[in-house]
Design a protein around this ligand. Sequence first.
Ligand SMILES: [Zn+2]
Length: 51
Amino acid sequence: MDKRGGFEPREMHKVTCADCGKETEVPFKPDADRAVYCRECYQKRKPPRRE
Ligand SMILES: [Zn+2]
């Protein structure tokens, strides 16, 4: 197995982004009642954070 810095592979679920409609994969089980976003849209929706 190719382990990289303790990163654990997770089960990915195919979903369609509720924002842009792009097909993407998320590392959690998608909730039918909840909108799921691709990484891009998810980042977009997150409030900007100061480092
Ligand atoms: Zn998207």
